[in-house]
Write a protein that binds this ligand. Structure first.
Ligand code: ADP
Ligand code: MG
Length: 375
């Protein structure tokens, strides 16, 4: 057998990066999350002044560009911005519990540098209309910077994704259209949950054709965002979702956990769902969006619970679901998968049971008649 020795640093970087950035969706998701994190000043959000513009070239095969009018990157951070595990959002592990941002591991930009050509143009409010263009090495080290024109905010450009991973690049090229549709599905969720932020998403073909996929205004409600993304007609079929219940700590948790015993926890699930009588036709995953404390995520078990209850009222259609689980910050873990799409829910079974019971209550009290505008 060969002797055991350490993998060289560059290879480790490549291996790990391929797990953070698995496909085109992860690129767009990471960049959009960075833009939303960069505009954390709630006053701007309340005034509806924030925007994020997502531009794909050739369905993302050529380039993905995400531009925001956020705070920009400060010059003393330029050399660290794309270094692995360098972040402005978290400094110790215990900060994770009180995290207000999407990002926290400082891995996205460094991974993108390993898998594509990245450059950033950024300007803070006191610098614009002058800004800085930053270029990076594969390792994430700053390679060069130059002065350029820029409005306040940041643009991150990712070109030739997976150019140095031939198998993934070929897969991406083969499935470009499908990947693009998946990207739109993810962006729907971010655009709908981000109240006070104007989203625009477009695709530009090299031959010149530009398609605007969707645009929201800086609406102050998720309902208005849904109307912008899915069409105003969608709203007529929806009822507000506001489920509230208490979760009792399960006996096994009390017995084994070394966390001090706690009392019951309140769960609230807020959003919108189709009336049982008017669903959305066949199953449409992009019309079912789940969030934990406003963080978009995949919640297959929660989705299953919703769909099961819905099915007992409407066998032929599946519902539009927009559900934000408002949970105590100690009752879930975001740090489970590299892409943070999986969120571990503490006491998931108890939560699912209570969810189903209160959803039935909601449907029982919902007006079952079809709204006029939907006939
Ligand atoms: P993380 O988001 O986990 O911190 P990233 O690699 O995604 O890690 O980003 C590294 C750092 O770069 C962020 O912590 C942030 O300070 C800065 N940054 C990235 N994108 C932007 C942006 N659009 N605007 C301002 N700062 C940004
Ligand atoms: Mg990030």
């Amino acid at each position: 057998m060969a002797t055991i020795k350490a993998i060289d640093v560059r290879s480790i970087h490549q291996i790990q990066s391929g797990q953070v950035i698995v496909d085109l969706c992860s690129v767009v998701k990471e960049l959009v999350e960075n833009s939303l994190d960069a505009s954390a000043t709630s006053i701007e959000e309340l005034m509806g002044l924030m925007w994020v513009d997502i531009r794909l070239k050739d369905y993302g095969l050529q380039a993905v560009e995400v531009q925001d009018n956020g705070d920009g990157i400060s010059p003393d951070s330029f050399k660290n911005v794309a270094l692995k595990h360098h972040t402005s959002k978290l400094s110790t592990y215990s900060d994770l519990n009180s995290l207000q941002t999407f990002g926290f591991r400082g891995e996205a930009l460094s991974s993108l540098c390993a898998l594509s050509n990245v450059h950033i143009i950024t300007a803070r409010s006191d610098e614009a209309p002058k800004g800085t263009r930053l270029e990076f090495e594969i390792s994430g080290k700053l390679k060069g910077k130059s002065v350029t024109a820029s409005q306040k905010g940041t643009t991150v450009v990712v070109e030739r994704l997976f150019g140095n991973l031939p198998v993934r690049r070929r897969e991406l090229e083969k499935n470009a259209k499908r990947e693009y549709n998946k990207v739109l599905g993810i962006l729907n969720a971010y655009a709908c949950i981000s109240t006070g932020v104007k989203f625009s998403v477009s695709n530009h073909m090299v031959k010149g054709k530009k398609t605007v996929a969707f645009a929201t205004k800086s609406n102050l409600t998720t309902r208005e965002n849904i109307a912008n993304v899915f069409g105003a007609k969608t709203l007529t079929a929806l009822v507000p979702l506001d489920l509230k219940f208490e979760l009792q700590p399960s006996p096994s948790t009390q017995k084994w956990s070394n966390v001090p015993e706690e009392g019951s926890k309140e769960v609230r699930i807020v959003g919108h769902i189709s009336r049982p009588i008017v669903g959305e036709g066949r199953q449409m995953p992009d019309r079912q969006m789940f969030f934990v404390n406003s963080r978009p995520c995949g919640q297959p078990q929660v989705a299953k619970a919703f769909n099961e209850v819905y099915k007992s009222y409407n066998v032929s259609q599946s519902p539009f679901i927009f559900a934000d689980l408002r949970l105590d910050e100690n009752s879930y873990d975001v740090n489970v998968s590299p892409d943070k799409r999986t969120i571990l829910l503490h006491d998931q079974n108890a939560l699912l049971e209570s969810l189903k019971a209160s959803l039935i209550e909601l449907f029982e009290s919902t007006d079952q008649t079809v709204p006029h505008s939907h006939i």
